[in-house]
Design a protein around this ligand. Structure first.
Ligand code: GRF
Length: 202
């Protein structure tokens, strides 16, 4: 199976996925990295690992549809079977998601459905939550709302800062995302009535 990873920024999750693939913990090819940001450090990481990259910038297209068509064209060319969103800061349209129904994963730095959106770590801290965590889920049209694949909780300590909490969350993300990807690659994720069943047997 061929995987495309979508990134907009630093790409530490991309790095964890690359490393897991090199170790044999992900038995699929990372065939493409897609970025909407020309200067995303994720692109440097991909190039270093000899992974093909494309930059598709939203402002180069007159509509979201054309922008997404360009991405889809490249995914089809590469015969991509799974899309992994790793810090991709754009919402995909319903039409795009339909093309890859139940084949797009996202990772969110909070326990969904709590603290959706772009500031999940800061929001949990500011709210005074005692627990937060990481969620890997399938992407549906509603933001941060698709069927949950894996979820792990972390305690928020009294002296935690946004930085210390982000560090703990990222550490967990880097373990969980490769695990979730491998479950998908092994065909062990079944979506039934909006819930994910992780099957043991292939
Ligand atoms: C991660 O915290 C992820 O949960 C969120 O975006 C961040 C991406 O970080 N969706 P990185 O670019 O992988 O370092």
């Amino acid at each position: 199976m061929k995987i495309a990873v979508f990134c907009s920024g630093n790409g530490t999750n991309l790095q964890a996925i690359i490393d897991a693939q090199k170790k044999g913990d992900i038995t699929a090819e990372i065939a493409l990295v897609v970025s909407d940001e020309l200067n995303a450090f994720a692109l440097t990481r991909a190039k270093k690992a000899n992974i093909k990259t494309i930059v598709v910038e939203r402002d180069k297209f007159s509509s979201k549809k054309e922008f997404e068509q360009e991405i889809l064209k490249n995914l089809k060319k590469e015969k991509i079977g799974l899309i992994v969103l790793a810090g991709y800061m754009r919402l995909l349209s319903g039409d795009f998601i339909k093309e890859y129904k139940n084949r797009i994963l996202n990772i969110h730095p909070a326990l969904l459905p709590s603290f959706k959106g772009a500031h999940g770590i800061k929001d949990a801290l500011q709210y005074g939550s005692k627990l937060t965590g990481v969620t890997v889920h399938f992407v549906t049209e509603d933001m941060d709302a698709g069927p949950i694949i894996l979820q792990r909780a972390l305690t928020i300590k009294e002296n935690d800062t946004e930085r210390s909490l982000a560090e703990a969350i990222h550490k967990e993300e880097h373990k969980m995302y490769p695990q979730a990807i491998q479950l998908f690659v092994e065909g062990r994720l079944k979506v039934e009535s909006g819930r994910v069943k992780v099957t043991k047997d292939l």
